[in-house]
Design a protein around this ligand. Structure first.
Ligand code: NAP
Length: 297
């Protein structure tokens, strides 16, 4: 705790999500130390008063709560347990809050390593995209021991509109992967309904209006449906990132022999999108894959 009563916070991974999230922590008055692999991305936060460290270990030496927001499981492993990683300088009582979307099992493994040093991990992946990150309205799904979660809570509150403690370490990632099953499988339904409406002579815009307030209503239908019809395939959330998350879903499902046929199907259809160069488009470009299945070339 600093003399102002604020937590000393660290933040690692200043990408699309991490940059605005770290900004909210700083704006709430917490002394902030940041690290980013590409140092140039620290400039904006440094101008606003953040300290820039040379490595994750440099962050760990200064902070009691350390947020990580990097890409995939091996990246979090590197930041925590790699050379110059957090484990090299973590303080007893410190809490690492991993907000990346990664494998639940990796979070459990890293928590065990941190506990050997008297620290702990909270996994806290998010939903809400770059807009949620900018507006501090993220839905945060957390897993971890209660004391560690409570220590992290004031920091999570600077970034999120909804914070749910889902259970022990790894539970936040499980909830996030459920979120990804729901959004991707629902999106496939939306794409099929649009193609079916068009093939059967109904204006798809009218179809959306007719059904969206009833039992078939969804965020995917009301937000991505019109974007598909307007030919807007710019990313809110990229196909490549969704494929990473569906890979995590299917790998975790494999560990418990859970059969998830709809998730496997939508993952294969997104693979076709990637094969057609749509990996950096928004997930709504799944509609192009469905169109290719429905319409002659
Ligand atoms: P991004 O813009 O690509 O940023 C990734 C960040 O991680 C960058 O700062 C990158 O550093 C850093 N990084 C990656 N690998 C690293 C490594 N091995 N060591 C050190 N730093 C590393 O990605 P993002 O969109 O912010 O996403 C971050 C996480 O949030 C992902 O797990 C993603 O699935 C999840 N998420 C994203 C969204 C979204 O809408 N974008 C929504 C919900 C959840 P450099 O600057 O050096 O590349």
């Amino acid at each position: 705790m600093s003399s102002s009563g604020k937590l000393r916070v660290g933040f690692i991974g200043l990408g699309i999500m991490g940059q605005p999230m770290a900004g909210h922590i700083l704006a709430a008055g917490h002394p902030l130390t940041v690290f980013n692999r590409t140092r140039a991305r620290t400039a904006g936060l440094a101008e606003r008063g953040a300290t820039v460290a040379d490595s994750p270990a440099g962050v760990a030496a200064r902070a009691e709560v350390i947020v990580t927001m990097v890409t995939d499981s091996p990246d979090v492993e590197q930041v925590v347990a790699g050379a110059d990683g957090l484990l090299e300088a973590i303080r007893p009582g410190a809490v690492v809050v991993d907000m990346s979307t990664i494998a639940p099992e990796v979070e459990r493994r890293l928590d065990a390593r941190l506990r050997e040093r008297g620290a702990a991990l909270v996994d806290a992946p998010v939903s809400g995209g770059d807009v949620g990150a900018r507006n501090a309205t993220l839905a945060i799904m957390a897993g971890g021991e209660t004391a560690a979660f409570e220590k992290a809570r004031p920091i999570l509150e600077t970034m999120g509109a909804s914070i749910t403690h889902c259970g022990p370490v790894g539970s936040g990632q499980v909830a996030k992967l459920c979120n990804q099953i729901l959004v991707s499988v629902t999106l496939l339904g939306v794409c099929e309904a649009l193609a079916f409406a068009r093939a059967n002579g109904i204006d798809p815009k009218t179809m959306i209006r007719a059904v969206e307030k009833g039992a078939a209503g969804s965020w995917q239908l009301s937000n991505l449906g019109p974007r598909i019809l307007n030919g807007d395939f710019d990313p809110g959330f990229m196909v490549d990132l969704m494929q990473k998350d569906l890979r995590l879903v299917l790998e975790a499902a494999g560990l418990t022999h859970a059969a998830l046929p709809a998730s496997a199907l939508v993952q294969q259809l997104f693979a076709s999108a990637q094969a057609h160069g749509q990996g950096r488009e928004g997930t709504q470009s799944l509609a192009k894959v469905v169109d290719r299945l429905c319409r002659p070339a």
